[in-house]
Design a binder for this molecule. Structure first.
Ligand code: C2O
Ligand code: CU
Ligand code: CU
Length: 452
């Protein structure tokens, strides 16, 4: 029995990293690296992460997928201001901290692939683009008891596109500057900011050598705005390429097989790939059907000799088989995510209103379950803080194959309404929900729910 809390310290600071080979790219990183350090936790063991802000801008830290009390969840205006001087740090009252602050996570949640990233109002897109994102993995006894690949065969993969200038600096074709100088200008980036270079864990189109054995790939779409349809090329000679074992919120009740998987920004999918099904020496490319040219491929696996690895994917994975039904909900809300031209400005709205910190879009009762009908005009990956949810329907049909399990982000398709069912549990307070296309979010496609 050790201490009953895990502590981490992270300094947010500028860094120089070699992404393109031979030129250095200035970034903002947790610990000055991109992705930030991977944090690991155990279910039920609280975590205290002390963040120091040595960047030139205010920041906000959010643990995405964390079931977290409101004060530590990273509300977009709960700022951590830059360190003025080494010895002038501490709280200055209210919810703004100067220099450093602690984020406390109870980690009362099952094994899952979470990630942490910046969440400052108006500025999440540029901050994440510059590098403020990292993995936070949670494990538990149930997961440890499963015969799944682990250690070097458990690979968290943060997939994120970026664009670079000729000198290696990151290029963020910002519309924010234009808007500040000239509020009448219509943002040119309706689809959000897209890059032409696909990075996996901070490296462009990497190649990794794998044994001819089972691997667990924890796929995270850490892109600002790009959606992917991932596939393995060539496909395995028998059966489907991916055996999905987990979703945003943790392990599935039982595995689901896919030829390809769609991943909208912020979505995670844990899949098992058995590289023993390809010939030794073969190259297997992770491709992206939604891309063209450079963005049509993601990374490459060089398959080594076949080894007996003793792992398998059991038919039963997680003990949480509960399926929520319409009758579990006490009320239904409708949330419309829509962009609109109003008096020369292009606005990104939830139920006709842009985000404002004091405007409450929903007031769920703590301890109750609600159904939300989500409607979008474009692709909007809709993300809720605090609660994981289940997808009840899409359009006139049920959830798609990739919607199963506990989700915190749903890939809402244009003109196809979806229904999700959400239990609001444990923590009262003010939380956001928003489009996770980070440019849409920064343009205020976000709402507040006050849980009480
Ligand atoms: Cu991944 Cu509200 O964020
Ligand atoms: Cu989140
Ligand atoms: Cu959107």
């Amino acid at each position: 029995v050790g201490s009953d809390v895990d502590r981490f310290e992270i300094t947010q600071r500028p860094g120089q990293v070699d992404i393109l080979g031979g030129v250095s790219t200035p970034i903002w990183g947790y610990e000055g690296i991109f992705p930030g350090p991977t944090l690991r936790s155990r279910r039920g063991r609280p975590v205290v992460v002390t963040h120091r802000n040595a960047l030139p801008v205010p920041t906000v830290v959010h643990l995405h997928g964390g079931h977290t009390p409101a004060e530590h969840d990273g509300y977009p205006t709960d700022l951590l201001l830059p360190e003025p001087m080494a010895d002038h740090s501490g709280h200055n009252g209210g919810r703004t901290a100067v220099g450093r602050r602690e984020y406390v996570y109870p980690m009362n949640q099952p094994a899952a692939t979470l990630w942490y990233h910046d969440h400052r109002m108006d500025f999440t897109g540029p901050a994440v683009w510059r590098g403020l994102a990292g993995f936070h993995l949670v494990t538990d006894e149930e997961e440890q008891a499963l015969p799944l690949p682990r250690g070097a065969r458990d690979l968290p993969l943060m997939i994120a596109d970026r664009a670079f200038d000729h000198d290696g600096t990151l290029l963020y074709p910002s519309n924010t500057d234009d808007l500040l100088d000239n509020p009448g200008v219509r943002p040119p980036y309706q689809a959000g900011v897209l890059g032409d270079t696909i990075l996996v864990n901070g490296l462009p189109w990497p190649t990794t050598t794998v044994d001819g054995a089972r691997y667990r790939l924890r796929l995270l779409n850490g892109s600002n705005a790009r959606r992917y349809r991932l596939r393995l090329d060539p496909p395995p000679p028998d059966d489907r390429a991916f055996v999905q074992i987990g979703s945003d919120g943790g392990l599935l009740p039982s595995p689901i097989r896919h030829d390809s998987v769609d991943l909208a920004p912020a979505e995670r999918m844990d899949v098992i790939v058995d590289f023993g099904r390809w010939r030794p020496g073969q190259n297997v490319v992770l491709t992206n059907d939604f891309g063209t040219g450079n963005t049509a491929h993601v990374m490459r696996f060089e398959v080594g000799d076949k080894v007996e690895d003793g792992t398998r994917v059991p038919d039963r994975l997680s003990g949480d088989h509960s399926t929520l039904r319409h009758t579990d909900a006490v009320r239904t809300r409708r949330m419309v995510f829509q962009s609109r031209d109003t008096g020369g400005a292009h606005r990104w709205l939830v139920n006709g209103e842009p985000f404002q910190p004091d405007r409450v879009h929903a007031d769920p009762k703590l301890g109750t379950t609600e159904i939300w009908q989500l409607v979008g005009d474009l692709h909007h990956p809709i993300h809720l803080h605090l609660s994981h949810f289940q997808v009840l329907s899409r359009g006139t049909s049920g959830p798609r194959r990739s919607d199963h399990g506990w989700k915190d982000t749903i890939d809402l398709l244009p003109g196809e309404p979806a229904e999700i069912i959400i239990p609001f549990q444990d923590y009262p307070g003010r939380y956001v929900f928003h489009c996770h296309n980070l440019e849409h979010e920064d343009m205020m496609m976000m709402g507040t729910m006050r849980v009480a």
